[in-house]
Design a protein around this ligand. Structure first.
Ligand SMILES: [Mg+2]
Length: 260
């Protein structure tokens, strides 16, 4: 294919799980697609809501599948939080495995400018930790939430997820958290700024109709829904959200680009 087919698209953002791989298995044709598009001159980035793995590990996993997206081109809520914090002070509530994403950040566990709320393991945030965060927000700190999911599935059933604890702080303080990650508009716009590309010249490839496609559309990006991963036809219809193009899998992307 040639770039002339879709001159308006300059950057392509790939959701990872469900689009390029499922668990530890690459989707057939994913490496060929990404590498072909890279060679055609598109700026390529990975965009994922994972809050348990640093970008270095994700890039290694992709490299093992012969998909070359470097850590610097992978966007996660933690990486965005790092950039938002900049040279301000932060209190971090994240897993140990994620600490390396905050290297260089000035940590201040008592009087921070920002509080990063992520997954901390166990059954979530104990009351005393919530009280600590509550106090810091009342003193003027801003909560950055790595996501705001309500619950998650474990082998023994449903468990409360991070969003419950973020909502508790919001309710108590009357101050909204800044939610990073998809589907937040600012997440998509932040990535576009870093790639020096306008949202309307950016294409989002995803398997999640709400988080990937809905979020990207609201942010003004073009969208492609793949029918792999968590894609379920009935659920897609029910949401009323429509992607610009729907394709069976990422392997069909290079051909589909000419339709845009
Ligand atoms: Mg996905």
């Amino acid at each position: 294919m040639s770039r002339k087919n879709s001159p308006e698209i300059e950057a392509i953002l790939f959701d990872l799980d469900g689009v390029l791989y499922i668990g530890n298995n690459a989707i057939a044709g994913a490496a060929k697609t990404v590498n072909t598009l890279q060679q055609s001159g598109y700026r390529i980035a990975g965009i994922t809501n994972t809050t348990t793995q640093p970008r270095r590990i994700i890039a290694d996993k992709l490299a093992g599948m012969e998909i070359s997206i470097p850590a610097s081109a992978i966007y996660t809520p933690a990486a965005l939080a790092n950039r938002v914090i900049g040279d301000k002070k932060a209190a971090l509530f994240v897993r140990d495995s994620l600490q390396e994403e905050f290297e260089g950040i000035q940590q201040n566990p008592t009087r921070p400018d920002y509080i990063v709320m992520g997954d901390i393991g166990g059954e979530g945030y104990p009351p005393e930790t919530l009280r600590t965060i509550f106090g810091m927000v009342m003193e003027g700190a801003q909560v950055l939430a790595l996501h705001k999911n309500r619950f998650w599935q474990k082998p023994d059933g449903l468990h409360l997820d991070l969003g419950v604890f973020v909502a508790a702080i919001e309710y108590a303080t009357g101050k909204d958290a800044v939610v990073l990650g998809k589907p937040a508009t600012e997440f998509f716009h932040g990535i576009c700024r870093e790639l020096h590309v306008k949202p309307e010249h950016t294409l989002m490839i995803g398997d999640d109709i709400e988080s990937d496609i809905g979020g990207a559309r609201r942010a003004g990006l073009r969208t492609v829904l793949v029918q792999t991963g968590k894609h379920r036809e009935a659920f897609v219809k029910q949401t009323g959200i429509r992607a610009d193009i729907v394709i069976p899998s990422v392997a069909d992307l290079t051909d589909a680009l000419s339709l845009l």
